[in-house]
Design a protein around this ligand. Sequence first.
Ligand code: FES
Length: 115
Amino acid sequence: MALDALPDGEARGVAVAADGGARDLIVVRRGGRVYAYVDVCPHLGTPLETFPDRFLDLGKRHLLCTTHGARFRIEDGRCVFGPCLGKSLASVPVAVVDGAIVLAGPVPPAPEPQR
Ligand code: FES
C-alpha cells in the first residue's frame, strides 16, 4: 500500500498473504508514523469494523471496535475503554520503504478472545 493512499490521521483495512492464507489488518497513519494491527478484537474475536475502513472513533483519537465499543490506543493497540480493558490488539511490524507501507516482520497470531 502506498503511504500517499493513507492520509494522515486515517485508517484503512488491508488483506495480506501470511501463513498460507489471507489476514486482515488495520493500518493507521499518524504523521510520519504508521501502525498496523491484526483486525481481531481481543474481547470476542470479531473484526473491529462494521463498515469498510471505519476503524476510528469520531474524534479519530482511538481505534474503535463497533461490536461493544472498546477503544484502543493507536500507538500501541492497548484497550483503554470497554470490555477488554488492558488487553491489546496484535501489533504487526510495518515500515515505510520508498513511499510504500510494507510488512517488516511476520504477522502475529490474533489475540485470544476473552472467555
Ligand atoms: S468484540 Fe470488540 S468490544 Fe466486544
